[in-house]
Design a protein around this ligand. Structure first.
Ligand SMILES: *Cc1c(COP(=O)(O)O)cnc(C)c1O
Length: 292
C-alpha cells in the first residue's frame, strides 16, 4: 500500500515525515481546534456544517485560520483525492502555531493547518448489534464558564479523564454529567433517550454541538417522530426505554446498559435501529462530491 499523504500548510507530506514543531502551542498547551468529518461513497458528509463549526470554534479562541472556508473545503477534497479515498475519516486540525514556552498566543507565528484523511471503521466495532455498556463518571463535563464544552479544541483532557474512568469501570463509553447533575454527553458523542416513543436530548448549552445530533433531529422531524430538547437526569437515563449516542466517529450507537441497569429489554431499541438505518441512507445519498 502507498504511504498516506498528510496535508500540512498546503503541501502533501508522507505520513512518516509529517511532523510539526515541539514549540507549537497545539502540542505544548492543546491550543487549537479540530474537526472529525466522514466521507461516504465518494462524498463528504455535511462538509460545510463541519467547516462552519471549525471556524466558529477558532473565532471563540481568537484564532485566525489562514484559509478561507472555501479554500479549506478544497484542501480537504484534495487530501482525499491524492490519497484516492472514497470512504474516509477526515481530521482537520488548526493549531496556534509556533511560540515560545510562555502561554501568550500573540507570540505565536502562523497557525499550522493539518488535514489527515484515512480509512476508519465505525468507532465501536461489533457493539452496534450488541449495544454499548456505558458508565457515568465522577469527572464532570467542563463548566460552560471555564472551558465551554462547545469548543472542539485540542485540549481534550476532560474527555480523556472520562474515558480513563470508563476503562477502569469496564464501560465501553463514559457518560458525563454537568456541574448541576444534568446529563451532558459521552466522551466524544452526544446522547439521546427514548421514553414512551418520544425522543429526548439535552440542549447543547452543556455539550458539544454535534452535527450527527443535528442529522438525527432532522430525521425525527422528517419522520414525524415526537422529539423534545430538555435537561435530563440520571433518573431519565436509567428508566429510559432506549438510549443511543451520536457522533461522526461513532455514527449512531445503541446503549443497552448504564451503570449496571439494563436499558429497556437490554437490546438495541427499535427506534434506535430505525434511526441507524435512516442515517445510513442519508450518508450514502448526500454530500459534497470528491471526484466530480
Ligand atoms: C465531536 C464530538 C461530538 C460529536 O459531534 P459530531 O459533529 O456529531 O461528530 C460530541 N461530543 C464531543 C465531546 C465531541 O468532541
Amino acid at each position: 500500500m502507498e504511504e498516506l499523504l498528510i496535508y500540512i500548510n498546503g503541501e502533501f507530506v508522507p505520513k512518516s515525515e509529517a511532523k510539526i514543531s515541539v514549540f507549537d502551542h497545539g502540542f505544548l498547551y492543546g491550543d487549537g481546534v479540530f474537526e472529525g468529518i466522514r466521507a461516504y461513497n465518494g462524498k463528504v458528509f455535511r462538509l460545510y456544517e463541519h467547516l462552519d463549526r471549525l471556524y466558529d470554534c477558532a473565532k471563540v479562541i481568537d484564532l485566525e485560520i489562514p484559509l478561507t472556508k472555501e479554500e479549506f473545503a478544497q484542501a480537504i477534497l484534495e487530501t482525499l483525492r491524492v490519497n484516492k479515498l472514497r470512504d474516509a475519516y477526515i481530521r482537520p486540525i488548526v493549531t496556534r502555531g509556533i511560540g515560545d514556552l510562555g502561554l501568550d498566543p500573540r507570540k505565536c507565528g502562523r497557525p499550522n493547518v493539518i488535514i489527515i484523511a484515512q480509512p476508519w471503521d465505525r468507532l465501536y466495532g461489533d457493539l452496534y448489534e450488541k449495544g454499548l455498556k456505558a458508565v457515568t463518571v465522577a469527572v464532570r463535563r467542563n463548566a460552560i464558564d471555564s472551558l465551554p464544552p462547545n469548543i472542539k479544541s485540542l485540549n481534550y483532557l476532560n474527555n480523556i479523564l472520562a474515558k480513563i474512568e470508563a476503562n477502569v469501570k469496564g464501560g465501553d463509553e463514559a457518560i458525563f454529567l454537568d456541574h448541576n447533575g444534568y446529563v451532558s454527553e459521552g466522551s466524544g458523542d452526544n446522547i439521546f433517550i427514548v421514553k414512551k416513543k418520544v425522543v429526548y436530548t439535552p440542549p447543547t448549552i452543556n455539550n458539544l454541538k454535534g452535527i450527527t445530533r443535528e442529522v438525527v433531529i432532522e430525521i425525527l422531524e422528517e419522520e414525524n417522530i415526537p422529539f423534545k430538547e430538555t435537561h435530563l437526569s440520571l433518573f431519565d437515563l436509567y428508566s429510559a426505554d432506549e438510549v443511543f449516542v451520536t457522533g461522526t466517529a461513532a455514527e449512531i450507537a445503541p446503549v443497552t446498559v448504564i451503570d449496571g441497569r439494563k436499558i429497556g429489554d437490554g437490546k438495541p431499541g427499535e427506534l434506535t435501529k430505525f434511526l441507524m438505518k435512516k442515517f445510513r441512507e442519508k450518508t450514502e445519498k448526500e454530500g459534497v462530491p470528491i471526484y466530480e
